[in-house]
Design a protein around this ligand. Structure first.
Ligand code: NAG
Ligand code: NAG
Ligand code: NAG
Ligand code: NAG
Ligand code: NAG
Ligand code: NAG
Ligand code: NAG
Ligand code: NAG
Ligand code: ZN
Length: 387
């Protein structure tokens, strides 16, 4: 009798243990595993069932790998003014620390809603869209432990295509506000990202890279060719503030060598080194989305046993960065006759010559530092959402 009871208890405990103690490993997940991890997350929710998740793909690479996005929020679709924030990892296939950190971030947010006020507030006030890997095919070619070099950095091009190069750097393949020929190759990863941004209005974004330790803000491109001179956006004050939020909450963001001199752990892109057709400049200049590039590890592809350290270093900076999406102003643009919201209206701030766009629901977001601003709204063609 007693023995049988013991067996029963043991079996029970084992099941409970298995159900409650599943935690994401600190290891690099293959593209297949990444999909499985995200599918696992999408079946989970918090105790209150308040966090809504959605796993969606923004398209496939030419090799057929899906570009998965995990969306999470504790708001409903009807609540207006909730900013869309995106986080993009692994754009360079051989820089996968961000890819793994973003998976851990999803787990952390799901685990802590309703347990931790900060996380509850964060999910109550943002819609997060997390793309752990923009270059999964490059990642599949990259080698763990290789700190330098370009093995897996690029996107391979369909051999049948007319594109002359066989390897494309995704971070050199977007329309550029200064580089007027707009020569971008028709690469699915870039196209998917651009379509994603046309569909959703993002106000804040981070791209996670490796190979340095610095918070880099636009512009990377410039009118002048020489490196070392800054190329400032009209929102330089806001960008510096956002970069400092990240760097000052990171214990280690001070550059990787004594040759770099990043004051406060931040740098203007062109001031560090200038390059054309980057993703950050595209986000800002064409969509009014404030994207920063966070370089989070000196080694591009460190051994997996280093991942806990990178996770601990970046959690607080990431959370505080995401929260900044709720600073500044937000509102909704209506047509005063029909009372309908206007999509794709141009929103401008006086003295800041850059256009932000209203969402399909007429909402706009503008991250600004405390002060007095004049907003200007231009609707050349009123575009109503079909009802
Ligand atoms: C998915 O979750 C199950 C348990 O819930 C676990 O056994 C499995 O390893 C998870 N898969 C991945 C790839 O993490
Ligand atoms: C809530 O989460 C934040 C962010 O990770 C952390 O700094 C804070 O210590 C947590 N609060 C509690 C009470 O655990
Ligand atoms: C989060 O939202 C829920 C549901 O609206 C609300 O009950 C709770 O007080 C909110 N918590 C915070 C910290 O914003
Ligand atoms: C460059 O691309 C952008 C975004 O697609 C477009 O708005 C602009 O007109 C293009 N410029 C040129 C010179 O083709
Ligand atoms: C935008 O995305 C939604 C899903 O979020 C999709 O249903 C819709 O077709 C997309 N619209 C366009 C114009 O791509
Ligand atoms: C900079 O670092 C290199 C190696 O990391 C070292 O050899 C060199 O002496 C250092 N230079 C200065 C000025 O500290
Ligand atoms: C680093 O930059 C700061 C500010 O631009 C400057 O004052 C300082 O002298 C520089 N240090 C070195 C070692 O170049
Ligand atoms: C504003 O920017 C646009 C394009 O970026 C440029 O064509 C225009 O001359 C600028 N206007 C002013 C007043 O600087
Ligand atoms: Zn990179």
């Amino acid at each position: 009798m007693i023995a049988a009871k013991n067996i029963l208890i043991t079996t029970c405990c084992f099941i409970m243990f298995a159900a409650r103690c599943y935690c994401l490993e600190f290891e690099y997940h293959s593209n297949e595993e990444l999909e499985q991890v995200l599918r696992n997350f999408s079946t989970q929710t918090d105790d209150a069932g308040a966090v809504k998740t959605e796993l969606y793909s923004i398209g496939k690479t030419y090799k057929g790998t899906e570009l998965w996005v995990f969306e999470l929020t504790a708001t409903d679709d009807e609540t207006l003014g909730i900013p869309n924030v995106k986080l993009v990892g692994n754009m360079h296939g051989n820089e996968p620390v961000g890819r793994e950190i973003l998976l851990h971030l999803i787990e952390y947010l799901l685990d802590n809603y309703n347990k931790n006020e900060t996380i509850t507030w964060l999910l109550n006030n943002t819609r997060l869209h997390i793309l752990p890997s923009l270059n999964p095919d490059g990642f599949a070619e990259a080698t763990e432990g290789l700190c330098r070099g370009n093995n897996g950095r690029f996107v391979r091009v369909d051999p049948e295509s007319a594109i002359p190069e066989d390897l494309i750097d995704l971070n050199r393949n977007f329309p550029d506000p200064f580089y007027h020929s707009n020569l971008t190759f028709d690469i699915t990863e870039s196209t998917c990202l651009m379509k994603w941004m046309e569909n959703k209005t993002f106000s804040l974004s981070a791209a996670l890279h490796g190979g340095e330790l610095v918070a880099n803000y636009p512009y990377d491109s410039s009118t002048h060719a020489a490196d070392g001179l800054p190329s400032r956006t009209p929102d330089d004050d806001v960008f510096q503030y956002l970069a400092k939020i990240y760097a000052s909450n990171h214990p280690n963001m001070k550059g990787c060598s004594n040759l770099t001199n990043f004051t406060d752990g931040i740098t203007n892109g062109a001031e560090w080194y200038s390059f054309e057709r980057g993703m950050g400049d595209y986000n800002y200049a064409y969509h009014g989305c404030m994207e920063l590039t966070f370089e989070i590890s000196c080694c591009k592809y460190p051994k997996a046993k280093e991942l806990p350290r990178y996770w601990n270093e970046n959690l607080k900076p990431l959370l505080l960065f995401i929260m900044q999406s709720n600073t500044g102003v937000t509102g909704q643009i209506y047509d005063y006759l029909s009372n309908k919201p206007i999509a794709k209206a141009r929103v401008m701030v006086a003295q800041r010559n850059v256009t932000f766009w209203s969402s399909w629901n007429g909402e706009y977001w503008r991250i600004l530092l405390p002060g007095e601003y004049t907003l200007k709204v231009i609707c050349i063609q009123t575009l109503f959402i079909p009802s």
